[in-house]
Design a protein around this ligand. Structure first.
Ligand code: C2E
Ligand code: MG
Ligand code: MG
Ligand code: MG
Length: 281
């Protein structure tokens, strides 16, 4: 009986694995054509300060496949990272952000700084910083118009190379945030030695606020840690007023999440900023 069950479990497991392998193979193939077939677009999610004003926005990639519909970046970014296609996709995102900023500028629209997610593989390319400087120069976009978000995974590489790259980016006026903070492995002393500007508390921590006193204590520890490292702290995934109140009480600097806005298509994002400005006047 036990043997029988064991075998069945084994089969179920294998089928599931095969399914995943098929899925990533399919994704891998389709991803190669996604750029040229114009299947990507960017959405924008506002980031607010403690007074409720928009200070920046994070741009997030969206993939609409004609047959499969919307595919989440959580699903395709890891595949793209594995196959190396992330380098083309990452470049497309950086270029698209510059085109967006230029488009806004020529229509007389003021936009806040746009935070861009940079994958580990993209960030660890030796040409990353010079190519980005070149792009900004070519498109006449100020460095202050863009911010970068990297996860702790991107920093597991050669310490000296990473420090140097970050220093070059910072000197050029680009702020760097550590994304999904608390979910990775980097040591605090290591983070302290890097020229970072911001730390984004992962949504999984934010969403546990109010659950029990231990969860609240962990969130407080993460926010305090960021401040101890001399960084501004951004909370992501803020969905409730209760979460916001607690984070404000902790002295968290910036807030992002559905409580304020979902990621918005370009037109809706512009409308959102304009409405905000009218309210502020
Ligand atoms: P991330 O950088 O941590 O982005 C935050 C994610 O949380 C986004 O998911 C956003 O839509 C979602 N989110 C925002 N507010 C809330 C909230 O209040 N509640 C909940 N439950 N979720 C919220 P999204 O857009 O699906 O992106 C997932 C991840 O995919 C991103 O995590 C980022 O790691 C990656 N990604 C997205 N766009 C890009 C890109 O252009 N390049 C790279 N390399 N990675 C990207
Ligand atoms: Mg991010
Ligand atoms: Mg994040
Ligand atoms: Mg995330």
């Amino acid at each position: 009986q036990a043997k029988q069950e064991g075998r069945n479990h084994c089969c179920v497991y294998n089928e599931a694995m095969e399914h995943n392998a098929m899925d990533s193979l399919w994704l891998h193939n389709e991803l190669r054509y996604a750029i040229e077939r114009n299947q990507f677009c960017l959405v924008f999610q506002p980031i607010m300060d403690a007074r409720g004003e928009v200070v920046s926005a994070e741009t997030l990639l969206r993939w609409y496949h004609p047959e499969r519909g919307f595919i989440s970046p959580a699903e395709f970014i890891p595949v793209a990272e594995n196959s190396g296609v992330i380098l083309d996709i990452g470049n497309w995102v950086l270029e698209e952000v510059c085109r967006f900023v230029v488009r806004m500028r020529s229509s007389g629209q003021d936009v806040p700084a746009i935070a861009v997610n940079v994958s580990a593989r993209q960030f660890n390319q030796s040409g990353f910083a010079p190519q980005l400087f070149d792009l900004l120069e070519r498109t006449q976009v100020a460095s202050s118009a863009m911010e970068l978000e990297v996860t702790e995974y991107a920093l597991l590489n050669n310490v000296d190379a990473i420090s140097e790259r970050m220093a070059a980016l910072k000197e050029h006026g680009l702020h760097i945030a550590i994304d999904d903070f608390g979910t990775g492995y980097s040591s605090l002393s290591y983070l302290q030695s890097l020229p970072l500007s911001r730390l984004k508390v992962d949504a999984s921590f934010v969403q546990k606020i109010g659950e029990d006193s231990a969860s609240d204590a962990i969130v407080k520890a993460v926010v305090d840690m960021g401040h101890s490292l001399g960084l501004e702290v951004v909370a992501e995934g803020v969905e409730t007023k209760e979460q916001l109140r607690y984070l404000q009480q902790l002295g968290c600097d910036y807030f992002q999440g559905y409580l304020f806005s979902k990621p918005l298509a370009e037109g809706d994002f512009i409308t959102y900023i304009q409405r905000q400005r009218q309210l502020a006047v």
